[in-house]
Design a protein around this ligand. Structure first.
Ligand code: GAP
Length: 426
C-alpha cells in the first residue's frame, strides 16, 4: 500500500479527516476534520499565532469577513487575473489544469494517448455566491485569499492601535477557490484555511529585501522547530510564468510529499500593489511624511501544514505505526487508562488523575479492550504519553507513564505528573 493510501485510511479510521457529505457520496474538493483532526489543526493555528503575533511586538491580529463588497475584488485584480489555464479532453470533456503535466499524462494514458486537448483557456478561481431576497440577486464572492480583508482594514488598524511602520497584521481564516483539479486528500481543496502575515515596510528595495529574507527564515524555522524533517523542506523561487499577479517576487516553502515537492507556504513581495489599488496611504506620525508602504507577505495553508505534519510524522516500526507529532501539536497530550476497565477501584483513581490533568492540558480517556489495543490506538493518533493506573497505584500513589516514541515505561508519582508533562511540553 502506498503512503498516501495509508495516511488517508488512518486519517479516516482515527478521526482526523473525513470526506465532506460522505453519506451522500462525498463532495469533491471539500473535507471535514474529525475529533482529533480538529485538535491537530487548532494546535497548528495556535502555534502559528504564538510565533507570528504573541511572540512579536510589531504584529497585531484581525478577523475579517469572508464575503466583502465586490469592489474589493475588482480593485485587487482577482476578478481579472486570478486565473488558472484550463484544457479540456476532446474525447470525454474532462477538464484539467494545463500546467499539471502529471495529471494530463495520466489522463492521456487512460485513452491510450488517442485523444486531443483543446487549447488552454483561462479560468477564474473566484467562487461566486448570490445574496439578497429579491431578484435579480446580488452577486458576491467568497474570498479567494484572506489577504484583502487585511488591506481594506489597513487604515482602521493604523487609526485604532499604536502600530508604526514597520509592522504587521496577521490573520487566520477560510478561503475558497474554484479549483479545477482538487486532489491529494486536502492538499488542493475548494475550501481551505490560510494563516497569513502582511508586513508593511517603507518603500525601499534594500529594506524590503532584507525583510523578505528574514521572514523566509522565520517561516522555515517554524516548520523545523515543530519537528518537520529538514531534508523534506526547501525553498522554490517563483518563475515569471508562475508568479501571482500581485507579486514583485516570491518564493515557496515546499515539502517533499509522496506526490512530489509541493507548495506549503508562499512568501511574497507584494510591493505597493494592493494598498495603491485600494487608494490607501500611510502618514508617519513624527515626520508627517506620506507614502504607500510595501508589503512582505507570508501565506501558509493550514490544511496543507496539517496534511504535511501528518505525513511527516507517520512512522512504521515493525508492526507498530505511530505519529511522531511534536507534543505541542499532538491532538491529545496524554491518554489516561485504568489497567482494567471492569475494576471500579482502578477506574475511580484513574478518573481522578484524568480530571486533574484535564485542568491544564487536552487529555483523553480510554477504558475499552486491553492495554495493548489502547496503546495501538493512541500511537496512531500521536498521543505522546499514556498513563496507566494499576494495582500498585493504591500502594505507591504512582502511575506508569509510557512514551509514544520509545515505548519505554516509567513509574511517576501522581503528585509529580503535572510537572512531568508541563516540562516536556515547553
Ligand atoms: N495571499 C496570498 C496567497 O493566497 P497563495 O500562494 O495563492 O497565496 C497561499 O496561497 C497558501 O494557501 C498556499 O501556499 C497553500 O498552502 C494554501 N492554498 C492555496 N490554494 C489552496 C488549495 N486549493 N487548497 C489548499 N490550500 C491551498
Amino acid at each position: 500500500m502506498d503512503l498516501m493510501t495509508k495516511i488517508t485510511a488512518l486519517a479516516k479510521r482515527r478521526g482526523f479527516i473525513f470526506q465532506s457529505s460522505e453519506i451522500y457520496g462525498g463532495y469533491q474538493g471539500f473535507w471535514d476534520y474529525g475529533p482529533v483532526g480538529v485538535e491537530l489543526k487548532k494546535n497548528i493555528k495556535n502555534e502559528w499565532w504564538k510565533t507570528m503575533v504573541y511572540g512579536r511586538e510589531d504584529v497585531v491580529g484581525i478577523d475579517a469577513s469572508i464575503i466583502m463588497n465586490q469592489i474589493v475584488w475588482e480593485k485587487s485584480g482577482h476578478l481579472k487575473a486570478f486565473t488558472d489555464p484550463l484544457v479540456e479532453c476532446k474525447e470525454c470533456h474532462k477538464r484539467f489544469r494545463a500546467d499539471h503535466e502529471e495529471l494530463l499524462n495520466a489522463h492521456s494514458k487512460e485513452h491510450n494517448s488517442k485523444m486531443e486537448w483543446t487549447g488552454a483557456k483561462t479560468f477564474n478561481l473566484m467562487t461566486e455566491v448570490l445574496l439578497g431576497v429579491t431578484e435579480p440577486k446580488e452577486k458576491a464572492y467568497l474570498r479567494g485569499e484572506i489577504t484583502q480583508g487585511v488591506f481594506v482594514n489597513f487604515k482602521n488598524v493604523v487609526d485604532s492601535t499604536r502600530v508604526k511602520i514597520p509592522f504587521g497584521i496577521a490573520q487566520i481564516g477560510k478561503a475558497f477557490r474554484n479549483e479545477v483539479t482538487p486532489g491529494n486528500l486536502t492538499f488542493r481543496s475548494k475550501e481551505f484555511e490560510q494563516m497569513e502575515l502582511e508586513y508593511f515596510v517603507k518603500p525601499d528595495e534594500n529594506e524590503s529585501k532584507k525583510t523578505f529574507e528574514k521572514f523566509k527564515e522565520i517561516r522555515m524555522d517554524w516548520y523545523k522547530n515543530l519537528g518537520m524533517d529538514p531534508k523534506k523542506l526547501h525553498f522554490a523561487d517563483h518563475t515569471p510564468d508562475k508568479i501571482a499577479h500581485y507579486a514583485k517576487y516570491a518564493t515557496d516553502i515546499e515539502y517533499e510529499a509522496p506526490f512530489g515537492w509541493s507548495e506549503m507556504e508562499g512568501i511574497h513581495h507584494r510591493g505597493d500593489y494592493d494598498l495603491s489599488n485600494h487608494g490607501l496611504k500611510y502618514r508617519d506620525g513624527v515626520t508627517n511624511e506620506e507614502y504607500i508602504p510595501w508589503v512582505i507577505e507570508t501565506s501558509g495553508g493550514v490544511d496543507r501544514a496539517t496534511l504535511f505534519f501528518l505525513i511527516d510524522s507517520y512512522t512504521e516500526d515493525g508492526d507498530r505505526v505511530y505519529l511522531k507529532l511534536n507534543p505541542k501539536i499532538a491532538p491529545y497530550k496524554v491518554a489516561v487508562f485504568p489497567l482494567l476497565g471492569n475494576k471500579p477501584e482502578l477506574t475511580a483513581k484513574a478518573r481522578e488523575v484524568y480530571q486533574d490533568l484535564k485542568k491544564s492540558m487536552v487529555v483523553t480517556w480510554d477504558d475499552r479492550g486491553n492495554i495493548g489495543k489502547r496503546y495501538f490506538a493512541q500511537d496512531e493518533i500521536g498521543t505522546p504519553w499514556c498513563v496507566t493506573v494499576d494495582f500498585d497505584t493504591e500502594k505507591d500513589n504512582s502511575v506508569t507513564v509510557r512514551d509514544r516514541d520509545t515505548g519505554k515505561q516509567e513509574r511517576i508519582a501522581i503528585d509529580k505528573l503535572q510537572d512531568y508533562f508541563q516540562n516536556r511540553l515547553r
